[in-house]
Design a protein around this ligand. Structure first.
Ligand SMILES: CC(=O)SCCNC(=O)CCNC(=O)[C@H](O)C(C)(C)COP(=O)(O)OP(=O)(O)OC[C@H]1O[C@@H](n2cnc3c(N)ncnc32)[C@H](O)[C@@H]1OP(=O)(O)O
Length: 205
C-alpha cells in the first residue's frame, strides 16, 4: 500500500469513489486521471493527467478505477493488475459488512450498503449507495449493483452484470454474466441467458 491514491475517472462515479477514499482517511494525497483534458479538478482534487499516463505512477500511488461502465472498468483494471499496480478496496465507513465476507481488489462499497455474512464479492465491483446483499451471495467480477438494489440470500450474479436502481432479486436465484436488469425490476427465476431484462417479474426485451 502507498500513501497516495490515484483515481481513474473524475466524473460522477469517480467523485463518489474519491469521497469514500477521503472518508477512509488512509491516503495522505489523492488525485485523478481523466481523458477529458478540460477537467482540471474534481471534488477539490487535482486531475494530474490522462489515463494512458497511469503506468508512470504505479510505483508511487495506489490506483483505483472510478469508471462506472462495467466493461471499461474491467479492461482498465485488468491492465493495471497485470502491470503490478496496488489496487485497494474502498468501503465507505457507513457501509455494514458482515462476518466472513470476502471482497476482492478494485471493488467499492458505498454509503448505506449492507453486505451480510458469508458473501463473496469479486474484483472491480460497484456496490452502490444503499444496496443490500444478503447471506451467502456470490457476486462475480465487475458487477454493478445500482443504488437500492436488494439481493436476498444465496443469490449469484455473473461477471459484468448490471442490476438497475431499486431492483430486487429473490433468494436462491442465479443471474448469468453480461445481464442488464432494469430499474425497479424483480427477478424471481434464474436468468440463464445474457440480455436486458425489465419489469415485475422480469421479461427479456
Ligand atoms: C448512481 C447511479 O446513477 S447508478 C445508475 C443507475 N441507473 C439505472 O439503474 C438505470 C437502469 N437502466 C434501465 O432501467 C434501462 O431502461 C435498461 C438498461 C433496462 C434498458 O435500456 P434500453 O436498452 O436503452 O431500453 P429502452 O429505454 O430503449 O426501453 C426499451 C423498452 O423497455 C422499457 N423499459 C426500459 N427500462 C425499463 C424498466 N426499468 N422497467 C420497465 N420497462 C422498462 C421501455 O419503456 C421501452 O418500452 P417500449 O418498447 O414499450 O417503449
Amino acid at each position: 500500500m502507498n500513501n497516495k491514491l490515484l483515481i481513474i475517472g473524475a466524473s460522477g462515479h469517480g467523485k463518489v469513489v474519491a469521497d469514500i477514499a477521503i472518508k477512509m482517511n488512509k491516503w495522505k494525497e489523492m488525485a485523478f486521471l481523466d481523458d477529458d483534458e478540460s477537467i482540471k479538478s474534481s471534488i477539490g482534487l487535482e486531475v494530474i493527467g490522462t489515463t494512458n499516463e497511469v503506468f508512470s505512477h504505479i510505483d508511487e500511488y495506489d490506483i483505483f478505477v472510478g469508471i462506472g461502465d462495467n466493461a471499461i472498468r474491467q479492461k482498465v483494471l485488468e491492465k493495471l493488475e497485470k502491470a503490478g499496480a496496488s489496487i485497494p478496496i474502498l468501503i465507505h465507513p457507513d457501509a455494514v459488512i458482515g462476518a466472513q465476507v470476502d471482497i476482492e481488489i478494485g471493488t467499492t462499497v458505498m454509503a448505506g450498503a449492507v453486505v451480510n455474512c458469508c458473501t463473496k464479492i469479486g474484483k472491480g465491483c460497484i456496490i452502490n449507495t444503499g444496496a443490500t446483499i444478503d447471506h451467502d451471495n456470490y457476486i462475480e467480477d465487475f458487477v454493478h449493483l445500482s443504488p437500492g438494489a436488494h439481493l436476498a440470500g444465496t443469490v449469484q450474479v455473473g461477471n459484468g452484470s448490471w442490476l438497475g436502481i431499486g431492483s430486487v432479486v429473490s433468494n436462491n436465484i442465479k443471474i448469468t454474466k453480461g445481464c442488464k436488469i432494469g430499474a425497479g425490476a424483480v427477478v424471481v427465476n434464474d436468468i440463464t441467458e445474457s440480455g436486458v431484462y425489465v419489469g415485475v417479474p422480469v421479461r427479456r426485451i
